[in-house]
Design a protein around this ligand. Structure first.
Ligand SMILES: Cc1cc2nc3c(=O)[nH]c(=O)nc-3n(C[C@H](O)[C@H](O)[C@H](O)COP(=O)(O)OP(=O)(O)OC[C@H]3O[C@@H](n4cnc5c(N)ncnc54)[C@H](O)[C@@H]3O)c2cc1C
Length: 499
């Protein structure tokens, strides 16, 4: 069909076409007639063939090269390691969690035995928070670097090449574990090494410069520099900085709930019909509004998704969303979050740099208690929440655990409740049918980004700790898989330039 349409547009016959290659594909459902926009590269017979779509990564054998210590095997750490192999540094990756093959057992224990292993869970372990996710691969920020480089490295390690074309590409949990394991194979083949079950507890400084890490098991690792990519849930790392007097800053973040509708309803709204084509993918949405000076926005929307318990320690209740590659669950879920800045929580000012972190912890504990002291998810119908009523009956949910009815309008902080209540009404004006008693809210969506920043200067090093490169979501400089991966790549490029 594409070849015929290209030939028609160029005024040539189909046999005159040598190659027709899709370079970009996006679905546009803003109007009733839903369309795919496709961008193509074409060569005609007799012309030189199209250059190859991308140059493969070229890695050096780094067995005898200078070591680079990377703390955290999430997207930031793993893409930093791959970049290290390109610039001739030997990555030594240290992660508190387990390899993906073993991590999955700890994850299933969270729902089966209601037990959270503080070192191996939905956020910690090989691949970081990105492994058991929806694997959405887009970022709003295009200034950080070449997104295609990240996508290409995913493809080289087993992802579907179509992710290079789709405007809103995603991989899916079922495929990500294998890709993360393939990345390990690539990194080890070229001389990199992994240390799992190894929690970093301190930094090693020599002559005022960070040159390594000391771990809880007594081992230490040294290198030309240390990349600290421990993610937004490594509260012990923030505590270490605080105790040592190393600079930290509070960082605005966002907190709210996860909303769940049936995928059929979201499809009907987004595709403007109850009888949308079965060939269309499960529809997504992206919503934002402003209420009382706060941003209220949808976050990490998972079409055909599952809601997961994403706590990383005791007495916490946290929800997040993921999906498989086919996005074939009958539910659509999304975080709906309200921006929170230090001035919104004046009672927490006494905690200084940890004001927002302490607020986040307190909300997670309160929600945990509302669930009866376990990882069951406190839940309420959307309409009941907006009308300040406890739900006497809950909707069906695709939460990986049990839902318990709870008055979220009383459990969550007042300003968050008011913003969410107005926000849901605003969203219904943008997506008519969104506000319905068939939708459920699950709490709490609190790990949207880090509430603390580990600062860095123009050389990407901590201002007081030369040799230390705070990186990725935990440092407060990225959010999401792609931007964290790019931050990892950029940090290593900078280390190569600085040394
Ligand atoms: C369920 C879920 C679904 C998500 N879905 C998406 C999505 O579809 N698209 C998207 O773009 N983003 C998604 N995200 C967010 C995304 O996963 C993160 O933004 C991203 O993983 C951050 O990358 P990072 O490398 O900076 O940190 P992380 O991925 O958090 O990795 C940090 C790593 O550091 C390790 N670590 C922590 N402390 C220590 C220590 N003291 N010593 C040693 N190791 C340590 C951890 O074990 C972990 O492996 C999702 C997150 C979750 C939880």
């Amino acid at each position: 069909m594409l070849r015929e349409s290209v030939a028609h547009k160029l005024g040539v016959s189909v046999s005159d076409l040598q190659q027709v290659r899709v370079v970009r594909r996006s679905l546009d459902s803003r109007k009733r007639d839903v369309k795919y926009h496709v961008q193509l590269e074409v060569s005609l017979q007799g012309e030189s063939p199209l250059p190859s779509a991308w140059q493969p990564s070229v890695y050096q054998d780094c067995r005898n090269k200078p070591p680079l210590v990377i703390v955290g095997a999430g997207p930031a750490g793993l893409f930093a390691a791959l970049r290290a192999l390109e610039v001739g540094l030997r990555p030594i990756i240290v992660d508190r969690g387990k390899p993906v093959e073993q991590r999955k057992y700890d994850i299933s224990r969270i729902t089966r035995a209601k037990e959270v292993n503080p070192d191996s869970n939905w956020c910690f372990g090989e691949g970081g928070a990105g492994t058991y996710s929806d694997g959405k691969l887009f970022t709003r920020s295009t200034k950080r670097g070449d997104i295609k480089e990240v996508l290409r490295k995913f493809v080289e390690n087993g992802a579907d090449p179509d992710i290079m074309l789709d405007a809103h590409a995603h991989i899916g949990t079922d495929r990500l574990s294998r890709i993360i394991a393939n990345m390990r194979h690539t990194i080890e083949t070229y001389g990199g090494e992994y240390h799992f079950d190894t929690r970093v507890a301190d930094l090693i400084l020599k002559q005022g410069r960070v040159c390594g890490v000391r771990c809880a098991d007594g081992n230490s690792y040294e290198g030309v520099a240390v990349i600290l990519a421990t993610g937004h849930s490594a509260r012990d790392i923030y505590q270490l900085f605080f105790e040592k007097g190393w600079q930290l800053e509070p960082k605005p973040f966002a907190l709210g709930v996860r909303v769940e509708h049936t995928q059929h309803l979201i499809n009907s709204i987004q595709y403007h019909s109850q009888n949308y084509s079965k060939f269309l993918p499960p529809a997504a949405y992206s919503l934002t509004t402003q209420v009382n000076g706060h941003g209220v926005f949808s976050f990490c929307m998972c079409p055909g998704g599952i809601i997961v318990p994403a706590a990383t320690g005791e007495s916490q209740q946290v929800v997040n969303g993921m999906s498989n590659s086919h996005r074939n669950s009958p539910f659509a879920n999304s975080g709906i979050a309200v921006t929170v800045a230090p001035e919104d929580v004046p009672d927490y000012a006494r905690y200084g740099v940890f004001s927002l972190l302490k607020f986040q912890q307190d909300v997670e504990r309160k929600v945990f208690e509302a669930a009866g002291g376990c990882i069951d998810a406190p839940s309420q119908r959307l309409t009941d929440f907006c009308q300040n009523r406890t739900s006497t009956r809950l909707n069906k949910s695709n939460y990986m655990g049990q839902c318990v009815s709870a008055p979220l309008h009383e459990v969550l902080p007042d300003f968050v409740v008011r913003c969410l209540q107005q926000g849901f009404r605003d969203f219904d004006r943008k997506m008519h049918g969104f506000y319905t008693q068939e939708a459920s809210l699950l709490a709490v969506e609190s790990r949207t980004s880090s509430p603390v920043r580990i600062p860095r200067d123009a050389s990407l090093q901590h201002p007081q700790l030369p040799g230390l490169y705070p990186c990725g979501e935990g440092a407060g400089y990225a959010g999401g898989i792609v931007s964290s991966a790019l931050d990892g790549i950029n940090s290593v490029t900078m280390i190569a330039q600085n040394s």
